[in-house]
Design a protein around this ligand. Structure first.
Ligand code: AMP
Ligand code: GLY
Length: 432
């Protein structure tokens, strides 16, 4: 098979690496990809932007691509899948209508209300006067969200009333997130532990992937600004069998059925961001319509099944006839980011120690990297690498990933030394 994979991050490096390991795959072409992928056997890149739908379609036709897989949300939200399906091309991902689950927070909240799916209470506003009046009767802590896509940066969990008012003014009066912030959702602040619950969905059936947890805050102890994710691991022990059953019954199945009933059957990756309270009751924080980044890196390292078979079953509507097998090991990935991330970022710094890191047995997935004129691998901003390790338990996986990451250096590097700390504490508690 020849597979076209769209995207350029650590998530896409991990998907490409896993797909290329399948005996059914000859070539994975990633558009636009990154330099780390080009070093993988069976993987090549092509310089087409992830949202240049016409050029991607032309490529898929010219090279008779057998399947196209979409990594990030942006091409989905602008209707890549609709266009590819209309052209008779095999493609994995939701249609534009179904992608609204991520593309509009208001759409997602209305959908959950309509289908009785547990989530935080909310209201949507288009003027700051109305939003500020609502805040008068709904004190902090409270959560302010830009309605549209804002690259993971459109959410403010306000701890004070002043912060909440400021977020409303920034979004509705000062256009902090442009059109994405022209509407805001204000919602109740949920308390508990977060987990990422990712499924493949074929329109009718859902195949849950292994559970995972990411760390969204930039700094240790889950402090500092929100980011796309600073590290992740799988499995997430907070998702016990009991919680898993509740998530399937109360959230995943009603979501799949609700989308079909509403005329927007969902195909592709459905990522449910969960808040699990002290009683083990899950509520939806958000939907994404794609795999998580960095959750994908540890997930791909734990997956024993052939990913192409799962993707084919999804496209053909046969997901009920396959299963996904996961290693009993724990995998854990640490994101190494440019110093200023998520507020702008330096680039062009030479990255040292990549070979030494790989020699530890960990896998270094690339995200924001480039190659300079002298052939050095350099930083290209944002999240640069995700160093991912696999071991029998989370403590060992954490130690191995940290050992590998410690080999890697550039002047302005930032990474967290506490990825997986909740799971480590649980493990130590269980062994005490
Ligand atoms: P989102 O982009 O919707 O995933 O939000 C980013 C992060 O903000 C989440 O991972 C949570 O940590 C936090 N968050 C979002 N909504 C809520 C909420 N209703 N209650 C508490 N935390 C939230
Ligand atoms: N790691 C969170 C996300 O991919 O949205």
């Amino acid at each position: 098979m020849h597979i076209l994979l769209i995207g350029s991050g650590g998530r896409e490096h991990a998907i490409a690496w896993k797909l290329a390991s399948s005996p059914q795959v000859n070539t994975v072409t990633v558009a636009p990809g990154n330099p780390g992928m080009r070093a993988e056997p069976g993987v090549e890149t092509v310089a087409i932007d992830a949202t240049d739908v016409d050029a991607l379609e032309a490529f898929a036709k010219q090279y008779q691509v057998d399947m196209t897989v979409v990594g990030p949300e942006a091409p989905l939200v602008i209707g890549l899948v609709d266009k590819f399906e209309a052209a008779g091309l095999r493609v994995l991902g939701p249609t534009q209508a179904a992608a609204q689950l991520e593309g509009s927070k208001d759409f997602a909240k209305q959908f959950m209300t309509r289908h009785n799916i547990p989530t935080a209470a909310f209201e949507t506003f288009e003027t700051s006067a109305d939003a500020l009046a609502y805040l008068n009767t709904h004190p902090a802590p409270i959560v302010i969200k830009a309605d549209g896509l804002a690259a993971g940066k459109g959410v403010v969990v306000a701890q004070t009333d002043a912060e909440a008012q400021q977020a409303v003014r920034d979004m509705l009066d000062d256009g902090a997130h442009g059109a994405a912030g022209a509407r805001v959702v204000i919602e109740e602040c949920l308390i508990g532990e977060e987990a990422s619950f990712i499924c493949l969905v074929d329109g009718t059936h859902a195949l849950p992937f292994a559970t995972s947890q990411d760390h969204k805050a930039r700094d240790e102890g889950d402090t500092g600004p929100n980011t796309g994710g600073m590290g992740a691991y799988s499995p997430a022990p907070v998702v016990t069998t009991r919680v898993h059953d509740k998530v399937m019954q109360q959230i995943v199945n009603p979501t799949v059925q609700g989308m079909a009933k509403d005329g927007a059957a969902f195909k592709g990756f459905l990522y449910v961001g969960l808040m699990i309270d002290a009683k083990g009751d899950p509520r939806v924080i958000e939907y994404n319509v794609r795999l998580g980044d960095p959750e994908t890196q540890p997930l791909m390292m734990r997956l024993d099944s052939d990913l192409t078979e799962l993707f084919n079953a999804t496209i053909d509507g046969n997901l009920n006839s396959v299963e996904a097998n996961w290693s009993s090991d724990t995998t854990l990935g640490i994101v190494m980011a440019a110093g200023e991330y998520p507020r702008g970022s330096s680039r062009g710094e030479v990255i040292k120690g990549l070979k030494d890191a790989a020699a530890t047995g960990a896998k270094v997935f690339h995200a924001g990297t480039a190659v300079d004129d002298s052939g050095n691998t350099t930083t290209a901003g944002g999240r640069v690498l995700c160093v991912t390790a696999r071991a029998e338990n989370v403590s060992d996986a954490k130690a191995l990933a940290e050992k590998a990451a410690a080999n890697i250096q550039w002047p302005n590097v930032h990474w967290r030394r506490d990825i997986g700390y909740r799971a480590v504490a649980r493990l130590l508690g269980a062994n005490a």
